[in-house]
Design a protein. Structure first.
Length: 269
């Protein structure tokens, strides 16, 4: 049997001697250097942030490196409240409920649900693509962009011709539309939010509109977050509702959830 010599090429890379971050500084304890005495987030003392700032401000600081203005802070907090629960119709919430009633370990309920929430359908992956879409298209005419989209096919399900916009259950989802309309009254509302509103209004005659992912994307973009951060932020802001629904079902019997009949399963070929 003939053996073949495989040439192994050494990578010409020099690895860092230690990990470095600009985000977080830990002040070591005088008694034990492996323990932390105090922390600074982008130079801001943690205890001062605890005393003087809200969660939305510090979350913004973590990613942006600076504290938000009063207008951005209020807008971010309003979005956090609006997205706190995706609702029991959302696939991620259903996953949390099924995990809870199925007696999944409590610590795993949220990770199970967040895995679903990270997907392309009404999830974090769609938020990232919607942010890229808005950042690119918001320089143009939203009504013209809406008119150039193909009409929604005759169906009862969901259809998203562009990330963050489309139909749910064959129609316009009213809740994200109402939330965006309310958030547009905030002084911190910017170009992407206004463009998203006009674009969604142009889609209404075709039974389409803005989705929760498009709503989050528009606000994230106006707040200055990068698209790659969008999926995780979306998961984070929706996480409380997912956990609440999963925990609610954890002490209930398996029969508390419906069991789908065989005839209700549809396999598309």
């Amino acid at each position: 049997m003939e053996s073949k010599h495989v040439h192994v090429r050494r990578r010409d890379e020099s690895f860092a001697q230690r990990s470095v971050t600009k985000i977080w500084e830990e002040v070591a304890s005088a008694e034990n250097p492996y323990l932390t005495e105090n922390c600074r987030c982008h130079g801001y003392d943690l205890f001062e942030l605890v005393e003087k700032r809200g969660f939305a401000d510090v979350l913004y600081l973590l990613f942006q490196g600076e504290l938000p203005s009063a207008e951005k802070s209020r807008l971010f907090e309003a979005l956090m409240i609006a997205l706190i629960n995706p609702g029991p119709r959302h696939p991620a919430t259903r996953a949390a409920m099924c995990a809870g009633v199925g007696k999944t370990e409590t610590a795993q309920i949220l990770p199970v649900a967040l895995t679903v929430l990270g997907g392309n359908h009404l999830g974090g992956a769609e938020v990232e693509e919607a942010m890229r879409f808005l950042r690119k298209e918001s320089k143009g005419d939203p009504l013209r962009a809406a008119m150039e989209l193909p009409a929604s096919p005759a169906r009862e399900g969901d259809w998203h011709p562009v990330p963050g916009f489309g139909c749910r259950f064959g129609g316009v989802d009213p809740l994200p539309r109402k939330i965006l309309q309310a958030l547009l009254k905030q002084p911190g509302a910017g170009r992407c939010m206004h463009w998203a509103w006009n674009f969604s209004e142009g889609l209404k005659p075709r039974d389409m509109g803005i989705l929760s992912t498009g709503l989050a994307a528009a606000v994230f973009a106006d707040l200055g977050f990068q698209p790659r951060v969008g999926p995780g932020l979306f998961q984070l802001l929706n996480a409380p509702g997912l956990l609440a629904h999963g925990a609610e079902m954890a002490n209930k019997p398996l029969t508390a959830m419906p069991f789908i009949k065989d005839e209700d399963y549809v396999i598309e070929r």
